[in-house]
Structure formats: C-alpha cells, structure tokens
Design a protein around this ligand. Structure first.
Ligand SMILES: [Zn+2]
Length: 441
C-alpha cells in the first residue's frame, strides 16, 4: 500500500481543463492542493492523499480561475444608477459628480468588497483593477479572498500639487512594501488614458514603469472622439503617440482599443502589449466593436474583462465569453471564428500572460498557484455534455459556479462565500443606495 501524503484539499472526479500549453483535457482526474499550490493532477484512484477537505467534482468541470483583466471594483454601488445614456452624459452628469460628493475610504472599501464577493461567485479568481485609494481596494479583496493587481488611476486633475506628482514614482513601491506579506494583492501603474493625462505625465509614467519593471494599465481608443482628439492635439494616432512616449515598449494592458487602424495593430503586435476586450460595456455604451480578427491575425495577446460594473452592468466573465464569441462569429460571418476553447484561453492563459503572471497562474499545472473554479454540469443546462469547453462558453453560465479556490483556500463552497457574509454585503449596499440617491438631488 502506497504511503499517504497529507494535503490541504483534494478535488476529485472532475473533468479538468488544464488550459496549459498542450490544452490537456483530463476526464475523471483529481487535483491535489497543498500550501496554496497545485501539488498533483492525477487519474482518480492512482494516487493516495489524505486531505483535510475533499470536494467531489463528479459531473463538474474543473478549470483555472477566470482572470478579469480590466475592472473598477469600487464602482459597484453605481450599478444601474444611470443607464441608456451617452458616455459623456453618464460621466459628466452622474458618475463624476457622485464620485466627488461620496468617495471616501468607507465607501470605496464597502463597494469594493461587494464587487470582490460578486467576482468570486462568478468564478473569477483574479482581477486587474484601476481606481482610487489602493489600500481600501486591497483590504477589500484580501477580506473576500480575491486576488488583485491594483493601480491608482493617474489623471491630470489629481496631480495639481508637486507632492502627488512626485509620489507617482514611489506609490506603487510603497504599496508593495506595505502588503509584502499578503499573497493576494499586488500593484501596478495606471495612467488612466491618453486624454486624461498630459504628455509629461505619461512620459513620467513610462520612466517609472521602466525603472522599476512595473506593469502599466491604460484605457485606449475606446471612442472615436478620443482618437480624433489625439490626432488634433498630437498629430498622430494613439498607438503611435504611445510609442513616442516610451510607454508602448513596456509591458501593458490596454482596455478597449476599439478604434485602431491596421498599422496600429501591427505596432501593438511588435510590443509587449495586451488588449483587454470589454465587449458588453462597449455594446451597452455603443462605443463600438473592436477588430478582434485583426488582433488575432497579427498575434496580439487578447484577454477579456467586464470593465466597471457601472457600465456593464454585471461582473460576469462567463457571459462576456459567450457574447464575445458569438458577436465576432457574426461580424466575421464565420461560425468557426473563435472556437470555445480559444475563447476560454482569453479569460485564463492569455490574461495571465497580459498580467505577467504566466509562471504562476492561468492554467492548472503542478507547481502553479491553486486558483481553481469548479462548475457544476449536473443540471438541466449542463446535460448532456459532449464538449466541456462549449458548455463553459455557451451553456453553463455563472449560476453553475459551485466552488472557487484561491491561493489554495476554498473561498466559495457549494455556492456559499466562506470569508465574507453575503447578507451583510447586501444590507450595506441598500444603506449606501439611500445615501447615493440623496446625493443625486
Ligand atoms: Zn475602464
């Protein structure tokens, strides 16, 4: 009899979608998790482990946790507040005035906690966030058990005093020092957009990111209007402007990138740039539809994101997968475009590549971090099951997310959050709703 090894967690009997380089699909396999890492992936019954906790994943799909590559977590309380408006009216008449009146540490913390809990329930294990007050977001994510890379939005309006301009270079490093012992959170630099930052600020961001090897996170060419503005002000297309600023040569995630020309896509492909595709938000705000087939043809790394919930209005990455795949099949008049397995790659391995964490996450492999999502396929919309990738993208939906493991910890068990109280989070949202409504008038 083989000797038994003690492990923290065993997930048994599932169909494991590794999303590794070989895109292995392993039926009737178990995953052993110990000390936050994947210790073993093996055919059921072929190895003996004594686990502190065992999840029976028969009739389940076991896959890498989804990575949401562009979010604004603390905007969760603005969900559905003002819909069906043009982007500028939505921002100028609602979001910005409310942010000016309401944002404080408590608001950001509570709204971010709500968003973090919702992400987990949707099978998301890591986010890439941009907002204000990094510590409140970090604390909220840590409390819920969600991984996050957090950047403070750099906008010109907030850099009026020399101290805050100077802090651009030190803030990320300071945050890394402060949270060095928290495995869930990390920080990056988030120059908001080309239109919200001056040329000098963007050049300073490039210099800081280059000097310290920090990832950067920016909104790019979301609307036709901002592209025209860039051409008028700088005499060049946005991606060429990024190149001249020194930002394009550095690892970065660009959200949206809808209004780009072929020569800009070719230039993006030559650089360590990734595109966060935000389909539902782009459709809802009628911003446009990005040229996904051109990006893929040029070999640009594309990943997937919900953007902030205030413009989506959900944090459901499985829904993004579904609508993105279908939309681009229709646009390309090709049902074979973006097959389900490739689509799932956008929300897992491609996103890990975008965030510079491919060595740790984005696939289920021995030695990698145990960030795992379990989908229950034993349901009416999950049976019969011929192709698990097809089910993940087109059939199951977020309601099938049963368990979520992050850093080896079970943060969602049988649909229940283990680290935060869902009822309390809902109660807090209702309280803030009253405050937000009062602030509107
Ligand atoms: Zn955004």
């Amino acid at each position: 009899m083989a000797s038994e090894k003690n492990v923290d967690l065993l997930i048994t009997g599932g169909t494991v979608l590794c999303m590794d380089a070989d895109l292995r699909t392993l039926e009737n396999h178990s995953v052993a998790v110990d000390k936050g890492k994947i210790l073993d992936i093996f055919p059921d019954g072929s190895a003996v482990y004594q686990a502190r906790e065992t999840l029976n994943a028969a009739d389940c799909i076991v896959m890498p946790g989804l990575i949401n590559a562009h979010t604004h977590l603390p905007m969760t309380y603005f969900r559905g507040l003002a819909d069906d408006l043009p982007l500028q009216a939505w921002l100028n008449d609602y979001i910005w005035p409310l942010e000016a009146k309401l944002l404080d540490r408590d608001f950001i913390r509570a709204s971010a906690l709500h968003g973090a809990a919702e992400m987990i329930k949707n099978g998301i294990t890591q986010i890439h966030d941009m907002y204000f007050d990094m510590p409140s977001i970090a604390d909220a994510c840590s409390q819920a058990g969600l991984r996050a890379i957090i950047g403070e939005a750099v906008i010109e309006a907030r850099l009026s005093d020399p101290a805050s301009r100077k802090a651009l270079g030190t803030k990320v490093l300071e945050m890394r020092r402060r949270y060095w012992d928290d495995p869930l959170v990390d920080f990056d630099l988030a120059p908001h957009s080309l239109y919200a930052c001056s040329q000098a600020t963007l050049e300073q961001c490039a210099q800081v990111a280059s000097e310290h090897g920090i990832l950067s996170h920016t909104h790019l060419s979301e609307t036709k209007n901002e592209v025209e503005q860039c051409l008028a002000q700088h005499g060049k297309k946005p991606v060429f402007y990024l190149s001249d600023l020194g930002l394009l040569a550095l690892p970065a995630v660009y959200a949206h990138a809808i209004w780009v020309d072929e020569d800009e896509i070719a230039l993006l492909a030559e650089n360590p740039a990734s595109i966060a595709v935000c389909t539902e938000c782009n459709l809802k705000l009628a911003s446009g539809i990005l040229p996904l087939s051109s990006y893929l043809k040029h070999g640009v790394n594309v990943c997937l994101a919900t953007d902030g919930v205030a413009s989506n209005n959900n944090l459901d990455l499985l829904a993004e997968l579904d609508v993105t795949a279908k939309l681009h099949k229709a646009i390309n008049e090709d049902p074979a475009f973006l097959p389900a397995q490739q689509a799932l790659g956008m929300a897992t391995r491609n996103a890990a590549k975008a965030l510079g964490i491919s060595d740790k996450r984005g696939s289920l492999e021995v030695g990698k971090d145990a960030d795992i999502t379990v989908l229950d396929a034993c349901c009416l919309n999950g049976q019969p099951l011929y192709n698990p990738y097809s089910h993940v993208v087109y059939a199951l939906g977020a309601r099938s997310v049963r368990d979520v493991v992050i850093n080896g910890e079970l943060v969602l068990r049988q649909g229940n959050l283990t680290k935060v109280d869902e009822a309390e989070i809902i109660a807090s949202a209702k309280q803030y709703q009253t405050k937000i409504k009062a602030a509107l008038h």
